[in-house]
Design a protein around this ligand. Structure first.
Ligand code: ADP
Ligand code: MG
Length: 580
């Protein structure tokens, strides 16, 4: 063994940098956090060559005093924490005093800073040396980070392609900007402005600034509070569904955090609204008493512990579905206006608009079927649709019902998806009550392999009983089913039983509630009218009125939309009518 030595400072800093500075986005995040802690109301971020060449963050915050600038780059030097007491009620984003020395150990750093009492100071840090000169600047701080990772080639090599690093940086900055709607941010990549927020304190406007009009058209507000915390944010609808979880943004006291259980609860709350393996866009800003949070779990401060997590989860599980069921939650038509186009009255169609129209054209069965008695533009009273303000006027492809709205727009309703939703809720209601069963005249005998047969324990048979299936072992290779739910008709009973059993066999640990839900979703689908089935006018009417009676009429049990809404405004926009 070599003798024990204290590490040279420069090396110790590089090791610390290894923990906090993983990539350009980490530098950007640390610098922005310092700007926020310094009380900035305006923060501008400029990136060149994905941050390999240059990262600049300028703020109008308090500035650093000229006699403290060297100290700011010393490890564990911070103005934000002075006692253990503070550590347990952290109000600032930084507190470890690690970022500046870490960054300066792996890049060339230039700081220009000025407080309201002084004229300004400039410091250049390179290879462990610091050169300080007076300079005249505005109050605030500008930090340039050049040649990141120049002396740690392993890190440099690990960086991804420019666009991919930029997208990580974009995500990091946008999340911080969402957490701070009162700060005006701008983000520029290689001289191209990526986004700019106004800093007017409105979260919805911040979402518009970052993601554009398509997003704000498809979000719903959510807010609630308890004695311990306050939550405000927006929930995306089914138009904003994504293939990964990155659209779920949780900010706690202005800090973007990862809270696995909260994220899981949000996904669960969206369960009946979007398809499995699809994830929503959600942005939530949580304000809590600092004593209830421990941010000192990980060097990047990304992971936090929050003592009221359980309470928050319950409220999310309850409030998200309520918010999503709100009437306005109808996917709007798929044309969107880009922010800068609004003023020019230009219309931009998204790919999905074209998909829809191409589908219509390609299909040989393509037809427009006016329904004989419903061209009259009055709702049929006996379905009490005057309250609903929508009435069917025709059908496309024998798949989509066209409905006019009183407001002057129209809806497209997917008849199969709609019927699925209606059946799903009907079956669910009957399942939540005591299940009615009927004996089979001829018992169903289903064969299984030896290994599958091992799964049929008493527990499994009890579970099957709970979903209305009475079954028992039948010889060594089969089971016999003698009763099925009374709503399963003779065509569907076998499908239902097989499906339920398949689920029982595939899941080692079975959750009866999930089993019931899953079983009825499948059953609702099987029992529902298919596309390409011509509906009579009164059938369409009936379907629509039943759909709108559902708890959640806007998506099928698998999460696909049932209704796509076109407003009169959108129609007039598309046809470039002056009224719009
Ligand atoms: P921490 O943020 O954990 O305190 P840093 O290494 O990030 O540690 O920063 C060290 C100190 O430098 C901060 O505590 C703060 O006093 C000062 N500082 C850094 N950036 C700024 C800034 N943009 N404006 C004002 N002061 C700053
Ligand atoms: Mg810091």
């Amino acid at each position: 063994m070599n003798p024990i030595k204290i590490l040279p400072q420069e090396l110790a800093n590089q090791i610390a940098a290894g923990e906090v500075i993983e990539r350009p986005a980490s530098v950007v995040k640390e610098l922005i956090e310092n700007s926020i802690d310094a009380g900035a109301t305006k923060i501008d971020i400029k990136i060149s060559e994905a941050g390999r060449k240059l990262i600049t963050v300028s703020d109008n915050g308090s500035g650093i005093k000229s006699n403290e600038i060297a100290l700011a780059f010393k490890p564990h030097a911070t103005s934000k924490l002075s006692s253990t007491f503070d550590l347990f009620r952290i109000q600032s984003l930084g507190f470890r005093g690690e970022a500046l020395p870490s960054i300066a150990s792996i890049a060339k750093v230039t700081v220009n800073s000025c407080t309201s009492e002084e004229t300004g100071v400039s410091a250049i840090l390179e290879d462990g040396e610091i050169a300080i000169t007076p300079v005249a600047t505005n109050v605030g701080t500008t930090i340039h980070v050049e040649n990141l990772f120049y002396n740690t080639p392993a890190r440099l090599k690990y960086l991804k392609l420019d666009y991919s690093e930029n997208s990580v940086t974009f995500d990091a900055v946008s999340k911080i900007a969402l957490a701070h709607p009162s700060i005006a941010f701008s983000l520029t990549f290689d001289d191209k402005l990526r986004f700019k927020t106004t800093g007017r304190g409105d979260l919805k406007e911040t979402i518009l600034n970052i993601y554009g009009l398509h997003y704000v058209k498809n979000i719903l507000p959510i807010s609630f509070s308890t004695n311990d915390f306050k939550l405000e944010g927006y929930l995306g609808n089914t138009e904003l569904v994504r293939a990964n979880r990155y659209g779920i943004i949780i900010n706690l006291n202005g800090r973007n955090v990862y809270m696995g259980k909260i994220q899981a609860a949000i996904i669960e709350a969206y369960g009946g609204f979007i398809a499995p393996n699809r994830f929503p866009f959600v942005t939530l800003n949580l304000t809590v008493e600092p004593e209830l949070v421990d941010v000192n779990v990980h060097p990047t401060k990304k992971e936090v512990r929050f003592s009221k997590e359980k309470e928050l989860i319950e409220l999310l599980l309850k409030n998200i579905p309520i918010a999503l069921r709100k009437d306005e939650f109808v996917p709007t038509s798929m044309f969107q206006l880009r922010e800068e186009q609004i003023s020019q009255n230009e219309v931009q169609y998204t790919q999905s608009t074209f998909d829809l129209f191409t589908k219509v054209e390609e299909n040989e069965e393509n037809s427009y079927l006016p329904l004989n008695d419903s061209l009259v533009s009055e709702p049929l009273v006996y379905f009490k649709q005057e309250e609903l303000n929508v009435f069917p006027v025709g059908s496309i492809n024998r798949t989509y019902i066209i409905c006019q709205t009183r407001e002057g727009g129209f809806w497209l309703v997917d008849q199969h998806a709609a019927h699925e939703r209606i059946n799903y809720e009907k079956f669910q209601n009957s399942l939540n009550q005591k299940i009615k069963v009927r004996p089979l005249l001829v018992p169903l005998v289903l064969s299984f392999s030896k290994s599958e047969m091992l799964s049929f324990t008493d527990e499994v048979f009890i579970m099957l009983l709970e979903v209305g299936i009475s079954a028992s072992l039948f010889g060594e290779n089969a089971i016999r089913v003698s009763e099925v739910p009374s709503w399963a008709n003779e065509y569907d009973e076998k499908v239902y039983v097989e499906n339920v059993i398949e689920q029982v066999l595939n899941n080692k640990k079975i959750d009866v509630h999930a089993l019931r839900t899953n079983a009825i979703a499948t059953f609702a689908c099987k029992a529902s009218i298919k596309a390409y089935h011509t509906l009579s006018s009164s059938e369409s009417n009936y379907l629509l009125s039943e759909l709108l009676k559902c708890d959640n009429p806007y998506s099928c049990p698998h999460g696909r939309p049932t209704i796509i809404k076109f407003t009169k405004y959108e129609l007039e926009k598309m046809f470039k009518r002056s009224g719009a």
